[in-house]
Design a protein around this ligand. Structure first.
Ligand code: GUN
Length: 291
């Protein structure tokens, strides 16, 4: 079994991005600038956004963190978004999800200028992605595609089972892997919470992408030998023995899967670091379009 090292690949990608940033600066132009909006004090979200901002520094990007109180109204949040939309110094921005319950997520995503939507969540960009047009691809599925490509994992004609149908991961990865091209051309089945006899699908999968958020849900007796496992789950599980008070668990029972899978992404260090690298790649793309 081979471990897919997302940390290593993400570092390679960051180096590639840094080289391009150096070239932009050498030409006397400003570096790419990413802004991240975070609403409230959710621990996991703060950690992710902190990592995104730190990674900007590593590759020579400018970054801006916009921290807002969880009590902010939807109107005020949209005002902030409009400021970012019209700020010529900002190439792209994200609004970290989930948002507090009183804010309608759809209204927020619709307010973001599609040309600055480096998360690729706006319907215009999502539609372009589904039509195989050039656009910002949501960072986590984009990262999964990149891992499959860089590890030369054959997807053409293979049966991929995606567990979960979220707008952020399950739905877009099912479209991308089913589309024509490298890391695509797969026959994709999407299973979800209402699927009857889920195991009958996973047992027939050549590739499994699990984006469910239930720790260690996928066990080795649910898969066939030689399966490729992409584990997108990152759940904090309470653990009094760890300094932080929690441990991070993936959707897959990693230990038992070792003897069954041909490739597997670990958690942490698999898909997670790729999400950040691909967000940077989208921001660089946005900067290059405007030069
Ligand atoms: N929450 C979990 N993943 C993501 C992501 O990729 N982008 C944003 N904006 N929020 C998230």
């Amino acid at each position: 079994m081979k471990i897919i090292d997302g940390k290593e690949i993400s570092n390679q990608i960051k180096l590639e991005i840094k080289k391009e940033v150096d070239q932009i600066i050498l030409k006397g132009q400003r570096p790419p600038h990413l802004a991240a909006v975070i609403v409230g004090e959710d621990g996991a979200s703060l950690t992710y956004v902190g990592s995104k901002v730190r990674s900007c520094r590593q590759v020579g990007f400018e970054s801006t963190l916009v921290k807002l109180q969880s009590s902010i109204s939807e109107e005020k949040l949209i005002e902030k978004i409009n400021l970012l939309n019209s700020d010529k110094e900002i190439d792209g921005f994200i609004v970290q999800l989930p948002l507090p319950k009183h804010i309608n997520e759809e209204n927020i995503l619709m307010a973001i200028d599609p040309n600055k939507d480096v998360d690729g969540f706006h319907p215009t960009n999502f539609g372009k992605m589904a039509l195989n047009m050039e656009t910002f691809i949501p960072a986590t599925p984009f990262g999964i595609m990149e891992l499959l490509k860089r590890y030369n994992i054959e997807t053409s004609g293979k049966h991929t089972v995606v567990i979960g149908r979220s707008h952020i991961v399950g739905r877009p990865i099912s479209i991308l892997m089913n589309s024509k091209g490298k890391a695509g051309d797969s026959t994709v089945t999407v299973v979800h919470s209402r699927t009857v006899n889920l195991e009958s699908y996973t047992k027939n999968a050549d590739i499994i992408v699990s984006a469910l958020g239930i720790p260690e849900f996928v066990k080795s007796d649910m898969v066939k030998s030689g399966v490729v496992i992409i584990d997108v789950g990152i759940t904090r599980v309470k653990d009094d023995n760890s300094i932080k008070g929690y441990v991070i668990k993936g959707d897959v029972d990693f230990e038992s899967m070792k003897s069954k899978a041909s490739f597997i992404t670990p958690v942490p260090g698999g898909v997670g670091p790729m999400t950040i690298a691909m967000l940077l790649k989208n921001t660089l793309l946005s900067r290059k379009i405007s030069i």
